[in-house]
Design a protein around this ligand. Structure first.
Ligand code: NAP
Length: 319
């Protein structure tokens, strides 16, 4: 029978993938982490992380990713930066096809493909994307110095990023479709106390308008059906996430209505030998700490699945 090159391939290098990789490298598995861009996933573009245990004063998303990557590297995690074009998850040996044509094989896979920002799907949104419409406050905030801008959304991302954007913008209007925020109370308190933040409740953005220079206004609809125009030069769309599941065989892999992968408590998916961790999973809370914890659980499940086979790597007495 064909031999797999790896005991484990981890698909995706965000906090879930990096933690699974750290555990697998320490567990002396023959493991490879495949990531198409830089490691870190969405955390890489998170301005400030204030709730990751151990970082009492908080830490920037960039620095947290840097530390997580360095931690996995310390145990020799093998990484490959490449784009995956197909995954074959069935059978005892799974395969990962790369854009280059290379095929990688493994006995087990942990899916850590994460999620990406959801879109409003309204007129003008795509036309002005990168010219006033943004999905990343950390990346684009500094472009809006002394300008009036808007944020749409009422979750943790919207409120945390609205607070961040007040460092640059002269005014930030948070537009929310309901009369109550979903964000955690401490963020709500900070936002309500911030003089630069205004709220428009029960309001939807119908259209992004602008000219050759970029966005100049938004067409809004209020609860009572009235429409109005808000003059802003930037709109940050921060309304949640969509799963990065395009590569996944959703006819074979159980997923919820939103396309997030369903696992059991041990992170096992409906396909034997395939596990999932982090934002790609179907779940309530998408926190960095969850992703990291799930990465650890998934890797321990992989070890269990592999039946504690003898390590492929030689004994290392230097650590
Ligand atoms: P989220 O919690 O799903 O919130 C999405 C927000 O966008 C909701 O307020 C929702 O309104 C609104 N929304 C969704 N679709 C919309 C649409 N088509 N038009 C207008 N508004 C729309 O998403 P998130 O804030 O990105 O957070 C994602 C996950 O990351 C959450 O689990 C969150 O807790 C976590 N996170 C944590 C932190 C932290 O702990 N510091 C920071 C950022 C994110 P409704 O409220 O009406 O549904």
């Amino acid at each position: 029978m064909q031999q797999a090159q790896y005991q484990l391939i981890i698909v995706g290098g965000g906090p879930a993938g990096l933690t699974a990789g750290l555990y697998a490298a320490r567990g002396r598995l023959k493991v490879l982490l495949v990531e198409k861009g830089a490691t870190g996933g969405q955390v890489l573009v998170t301005d400030w992380v204030d709730n990751y245990p151990g970082f009492i004063e908080g830490i920037s998303g960039f620095d947290l990713v840097d530390k997580m990557t360095a931690h996995a590297d310390r145990f020799g995690l093998e990484k490959k930066y490449a784009t995956i074009t197909a995954l074959n998850l069935t059978g005892e040996i799974k395969s990962v096809l790369l854009e280059s044509g290379e095929i990688l094989t493994a006995k087990t896979i942990i899916l850590c493909t994460g999620a990406r920002p959801r879109k409003l799907d309204i007129p003008g949104e795509y036309e002005f994307s990168g010219r006033g419409v943004s999905y990343c406050a950390t990346c684009d905030g500094p472009f809006y110095r002394n300008q009036e801008i808007a944020v749409v959304g009422g979750g943790n991302t919207a409120i945390q990023d609205a607070l961040h954007l007040t460092k640059f913008a002269s005014k930030v209007t948070v537009i929310h479709r309901r009369s109550e925020l979903r964000a955690t109370k401490i963020l709500q308190e900070k936002a309500f106390c911030n003089q630069k933040i205004d709220f428009l409740w029960n309001t939807q953005v119908l259209e992004v308008r602008g000219n050759k220079n970029g966005v100049d206004s938004l067409l809004l609809r209020h609860h009572n059906g009235d429409e109005s125009v808000l003059n802003v030069t930037g709109l940050f769309v921060l309304i949640g996430v969509t799963p990065n599941n395009e590569l996944l065989p959703l006819d074979q892999l159980r997923a919820d209505e939103g396309g997030f992968v369903i696992t059991d408590g041990e992170m096992a998916t409906s396909i034997p030998g395939v596990f999932a961790a982090g934002d790609i999973r179907s779940k309530q809370s998408r926190q960095i700490i969850n992703a990291a914890g799930e990465g650890a659980v998934a890797e321990l499940s992989v070890e269990h699945y592999l039946g504690n086979q003898a390590p492929d790597t030689p004994l290392n007495c230097s650590e």
